[in-house]
Design a protein around this ligand. Structure first.
Ligand SMILES: C[S@@+](CC[C@H](N)C(=O)[O-])C[C@H]1O[C@@H](n2cnc3c(N)ncnc32)[C@H](O)[C@@H]1O
Length: 186
C-alpha cells in the first residue's frame, strides 16, 4: 500500500468499532479496501475502470481470506448506480478523473455517514507546487502515452460535502497530498 493510502487508513481507525459497509470509487487493486476488511469493515464494494486492477483486487481479497465480504466490479464510478453505504472512499481516484463533481455525485448518492478521500493538495503553496508539477507530468504523459492527472479544487470539494452535511472530522498531509475524513453532523 502506498503511504497516502496508509495515511488514510490511519484516519479510519474506528473501522474496528463500526464495522461499516464501504464503497470505494476507483479502488485500483484493492490494497486499502482489503486492509480495511482486515481491520473490521463489514463489507466492501470496489469499482474501478481497469479490468486488470479489478482482477488483482479480487485475488488480493481471496488471498487475504476476506473475499466473501468483498465485491469488486469494473465500471465508471461517475455513471454507476449505487445503493446505500455507510462509508465512501475516494483514495487517489478523484485526481485521475476530469470531473470531480460526477464522482462526488455518486459518492453522495450512497448517502454515507462518512466520506474519506485523498487528493493532491490544491490550497496554499502546496497547491501552487502541485499545479506546476502535475502540469509538467501531464505534458510528459502526452508524449509517453500516460493518463492525465488533475489537481481539483479541494475547497470546492469540501463545499459540496458540507452542502450534503458532511463536515471535516480528521485530516493530515502526506507530502503534497491531503487525506481527509468527513462525517455527517449528528
Ligand atoms: C492512482 S489510482 C489509485 C488506485 C487506488 N485507489 C490506490 O490508491 O491504490 C486511480 C484509480 O482510479 C481509477 N479511476 C479513475 N477514474 C475512475 C472512474 N471514473 N471510475 C472508476 N475508476 C476510476 C483508475 O482506474 C485507477 O485505478
Amino acid at each position: 500500500m502506498v503511504d497516502v493510502s496508509a495515511g488514510l487508513r490511519d484516519l479510519l481507525a474506528d473501522v474496528a468499532l463500526r464495522h461499516p459497509s464501504i464503497l470505494e470509487l476507483g479502488c485500483g487493486t484493492g490494497a486499502l479496501s482489503v486492509a480495511l476488511l482486515g481491520d473490521g469493515a463489514g463489507s466492501v464494494t470496489g469499482i474501478d475502470l481497469s479490468p486488470g486492477s479489478i482482477a488483482l483486487a479480487r485475488r488480493r481479497a481471496d488471498d487475504a481470506g476476506v473475499g466473501e465480504r468483498a465485491t469488486y466490479r469494473i465500471g465508471n464510478a461517475a455513471l454507476e448506480p449505487v445503493e446505500r453505504y455507510d462509508w465512501v472512499i475516494l483514495d487517489r481516484s478523484i485526481c485521475c478523473f476530469p470531473e470531480a463533481d460526477r464522482l462526488l455525485d455518486t459518492a453522495l448518492r450512497a448517502a454515507p455517514e462518512c466520506v474519506a478521500l485523498s487528493v493532491p493538495e490544491s490550497r496554499g503553496w502546496r497547491g501552487w507546487l502541485n499545479a506546476l508539477l502535475w502540469r509538467a507530468e501531464n505534458l510528459w504523459d502526452l508524449v509517453s502515452g500516460g493518463c492525465p492527472g488533475y489537481v481539483h479544487d479541494l475547497r470546492r470539494i469540501e463545499r459540496r460535502l458540507a452542502g450534503a452535511g458532511l463536515l471535516p472530522a480528521h485530516s493530515r498531509r502526506i507530502g503534497l497530498w491531503f487525506c481527509g475524513v468527513y462525517r455527517r453532523a449528528s
